[in-house]
Design a protein around this ligand. Structure first.
Ligand SMILES: *Cc1c(COP(=O)(O)O)cnc(C)c1O
Length: 426
């Protein structure tokens, strides 16, 4: 799709005026800089706080004070069933059946729990394909799971590298590696969107290729959930996990979420580590020996719902319930395209955008790789009220989030970049 943009503030104002999500911005609390909203481009790291979070939090504090333990049944949202409050919203966001998703635990913990179920290597089929330079938690999780099975990570883990001189993976190279690994491949585990480059993977074709060689496909959706449309069920993804504090705005350390395709989740033979909250709800309180998994993803729950953590998630999902990721995506493509257009005008700065140019291969984030100056520029931006994200050794990540970022945010950012005087060229 081709959009036409111009680099003047009137254009930005006009776009904001006709933006359907303009009114959503006021549902969020922005960090302040000199009496104005900061330019917040860090929603890919920690989403902003919805206005309603504090109010909903107060309700739970009040119910705890009023009812004590009886709040499990008498609270406005009885804590006993609290996790059910998320299934419908999450199923829409990730494109799943309600029983295929559950909000529980946290991302890295869920990744381990899911790997225990879905990485069951045999002497012949034991390899995992992942991205080179994946988020460290994912690297550690995979490495230690491999070791747990007394296998050598060097042999079992196949890392996908970009081609010489390139920054992102070519889709055809991913598929070719899957086919080349063939019947040695146990699992493909990728980020849905790479946290560093912002590359969005074609999960449907990757999953299909994995299945063709008899392997499974799972995704860490930390940077994809709430950012790009997902259809996990239809894509036949085997499992996925995510965190809720990035695009889902559910607060630091917020509760994670998982997807398990019904073909695995409803199969009692699928091995899962068990906790009492995953047991069949009808017999949970019989306190008997012998774990009976409930249907679906909910059986991967360990503990009773961390309500104070989950209430922030609820506040944020209430906002998602009023719209859809498909609608957000429409704005996102236009907004990120605008940001990219403005950045490409900053020819005095020594950076290149390493995020794919193709809309189909990215979400809202753009990653700027600096040859020099990166850190100085980043500090200049910080001083001037831009909150972005610095990743060692030389990348600034910016995420214009369609839910609350405006065209004017992008334009203010651009104006600052234009003001910046390059000090060192090497
Ligand atoms: C943010 C992120 C994490 C963080 O894991 P937590 O367990 O929530 O601390 C893990 N993996 C990826 C890919 C991420 O982007």
């Amino acid at each position: 799709m081709n959009y036409s943009y111009t680099n003047d503030s009137a254009f930005a104002q006009e776009q904001d005026a006709i933006d359907f999500f303009n009114s959503y911005r006021s549902r969020f609390l922005f960090p302040q800089h000199e009496g104005k909203d900061a330019v917040y481009f860090c929603g890919n790291s920690l989403g902003l706080q919805p206005q309603s979070t504090a109010y909903l939090m107060q309700q739970e504090l009040k119910d705890w004070a009023t009812f004590g333990v009886e709040g499990h049944f008498r609270a406005k949202n009885p804590w006993m069933h609290y996790h059910h409050l998320f299934s419908e919203s999450l199923s829409k966001i990730v494109g799943a059946q309600k029983e295929e998703v559950v909000a529980c635990n946290t991302l890295s913990v869920n990744l381990h729990l899911l790997l225990i179920s879905f990485y069951q290597p045999t002497a012949k089929r034991f390899k995992i394909i992942m991205e080179a330079g994946a988020f460290p938690s994912d690297q550690y999780a995979i490495e230690t799971q491999v070791k747990m099975h007394h296998l050598d990570p060097q042999e079992a883990i196949l890392e996908l590298h970009p081609r010489e001189g390139e920054h992102t993976l070519r889709p055809e190279d991913i598929i070719a590696t899957i086919h080349a690994t063939g019947n040695e491949l146990a699992l493909v585990l990728l980020g849905g969107v790479n946290y560093y480059t912002g590359q969005l993977f074609d999960m449907q074709s990757i999953t299909a290729a994995a299945h063709q060689v008899g392997a499974l496909a799972g995704y860490d959706l930390a940077h994809a959930v709430g950012n790009v449309p997902l259809a996990l069920h239809d894509w036949k993804v085997d499992f996925a996990c995510w965190c809720s504090y990035k695009y889902l705005n559910s607060g630091p350390g917020g509760v994670g979420g998982i997807f398990v395709h019904e073909k695995h989740g409803n199969n009692p033979a699928t091995f899962r580590l068990a906790g009492w909250w995953g047991n069949d709800e009808k017999t949970r309180f019989k306190m008997q020996k012998g774990f009976v998994p409930q249907k679906g993803a909910a059986s991967w729950q360990m503990s009773n719902a961390p309500v104070f953590n989950m209430v922030a998630h609820r506040a944020s999902l209430d906002i998602y319930d009023k719209t859809s990721v498909a609608l957000l995506r429409k704005k996102s493509l236009h907004l990120t395209g605008y940001m990219e257009y403005l950045l490409n005008l900053c020819t005095h700065l020594p950076f290149e955008i390493i995020t794919p140019k193709n809309n189909e291969e990215r979400g809202c984030q753009l990653s700027l790789l600096f040859k020099s100056e990166g850190k100085q520029l980043f500090e200049f931006l910080e001083k001037n009220g831009v909150i972005a994200d610095w990743r060692e050794p030389n990348v600034i990540r910016i995420a214009p989030v369609p839910l609350y970022n405006s065209y004017e945010d992008c334009f203010r950012f651009y104006e600052l970049l234009m003001q910046y005087k390059v000090v060192s060229i090497n």
